[in-house]
Write a protein that binds this ligand. Structure first.
Ligand SMILES: *Cc1c(COP(=O)(O)O)cnc(C)c1O
Length: 397
């Protein structure tokens, strides 16, 4: 048994806010601001360039990577941090294609996050002819893993619907067909217990500003299965992925570990804040967290369906097939979400009609879920969303 959940006392959540968007940007951990100030004033300001050694900056990407490894079921040393998730997708996919040079097909699904698909399209543009990205419906992916597929690149939990792929079964199918498996854990890391090493997938990638609460622009992570690391030929051969960056060797020679998937100078401020944020996971049993997440999602579905007949469930009803979010379709979802946010219940909206609610068991409890459903009912019953001020779209929805 782990520590009791939630752990609201570890976070600064504004008074009167019910935050159901931790699947998009996690809340502020209490220690984050003090840590950022310390890094800026004492380390950067006081130690200047010496801080790379004296304050442990050079080791920080690895130290934080090891902490994330523990949350995704990977061994220490198998996770590198830095850059953005889009970059990590590109690196993993390029490495995967080089492992299967005789094949030309990248298989994903049409529910995948656009940036993952764009990265695949961009990578194909740098390659010989014949490469193709296939995006069947998510439900048809398993059957689409044929013997011409080089890499299967899937996001484990769908950002829109919360539908979860069967990691173990799909990875086994990919391997049986001779394909390389890449999992994007953007909506899984920190949302459930994971066993990426046990899945035998070659690569996994994810970001740390969603369920891991690392803050806007926090660094991404990449896992490579330890037994293949030394065969990876990095597309983005940056100096900090070199075996000896300070040898200033004119020729690239990759590090003999997952460090070869580092690129350039690490974002120290963001890494330090993320390291602080990750202390909220100390003592947390991820199986408990998953159980709490399933309960919260089930409760929200029951409450909303009882109170808001205009909404249609757009997530799997079966919690075992769902990540830590619940989505409802509503034609006027954008305006309804704006009205909801105005009343202190923060979720978000994804085109064309999805109202999305994330349940983060670290800081959300059943009282929050019932209160949020009550406010949603009020917004719909009073037609509050029809107010013109809720119709104008902002750049970020
Ligand atoms: C959030 C998310 C991204 C965002 O990528 P960034 O490079 O960090 O902006 C990419 N892919 C998936 C699946 C996501 O959920």
């Amino acid at each position: 048994m782990g520590v009791p959940l939630p752990r609201k006392d570890l976070f600064d959540i504004p008074e009167g806010v019910i935050y159901l968007d931790g699947n998009s940007l996690g809340v502020l951990p209490k220690g984050a601001a003090a840590r950022a100030t310390r890094v800026i004033e004492e380390e950067w300001g006081g130690q200047l360039i010496r801080a790379w050694n004296s304050a442990g900056w050079m080791d920080l990407p690895r130290v934080v990577g090891d902490r994330i490894a523990g949350l995704v079921g990977a061994p220490a040393g198998a996770v590198a941090t830095g850059d953005t998730l889009s970059i990590k997708v590109y690196q993993a996919l390029d490495a995967a294609l080089k492992i299967r040079p005789d094949r030309r097909i990248i298989l994903s699904d049409n529910g995948n996050f656009p940036s993952d698909l764009y990265m695949a399209q961009g990578l194909i543009g740098t390659k010989d002819t014949g490469y193709e990205l296939r995006t069947p419906d998510p439900e048809a992916v398993a059957q689409a893993i044929t013997e011409d597929v080089a890499a299967v690149m899937l996001t484990h939990v769908d950002y829109r619907s919360g539908r979860m792929h069967d990691m173990k079964a799909i990875t086994e199918k990919a391997h049986a067909a001779g394909a390389v498996m890449i999992w994007d854990l953007a909506h899984s890391a920190g949302a459930m217990d994971l066993d990426i090493a046990g899945s035998r997938a070659e690569f996994a990638v994810g970001c740390s500003y969603k369920y891991l609460n690392g803050g806007p622009g926090a660094p991404a992570f990449i896992y490579a299965r330890p037994d293949i690391v030394q065969d990876i030929d990095p597309a983005l051969a940056g100096w900090l992925g070199h075996e000896a960056p300070f040898a200033m060797d004119p020729d690239y020679r990759p590090a003999m570990s997952t460090e070869r998937l580092r690129v350039g100078t690490p974002p120290i401020l963001q890494l330090a804040v993320l390291q602080e944020a990750l202390t909220a996971w100390d003592g947390v049993d991820l199986a408990d967290l998953r159980a709490a997440s399933m309960r919260l999602g089930d409760l929200f579905i029951a409450e909303v369906e009882a109170r808001c007949p205009a909404l249609t469930l757009a997530s799997p009803r079966d919690a075992a097939r769902r990540g830590s979010q619940v989505s409802f379709a509503f034609q006027h979802g954008y305006a309804a979400m704006q009205a909801l946010i105005d009343r202190g219940v923060i979720g978000d909206f994804r085109a064309p009609d999805i109202m999305r609610f994330g349940f983060t068991p670290l800081y959300i409890d059943e009282g929050d879920v019932v209160a949020a459903a009550t406010v949603l009912q009020e917004v719909l019953e009073t037609d509050a969303w029809r107010d013109p001020k809720y119709q104008a779209r902002s750049r970020v929805t």
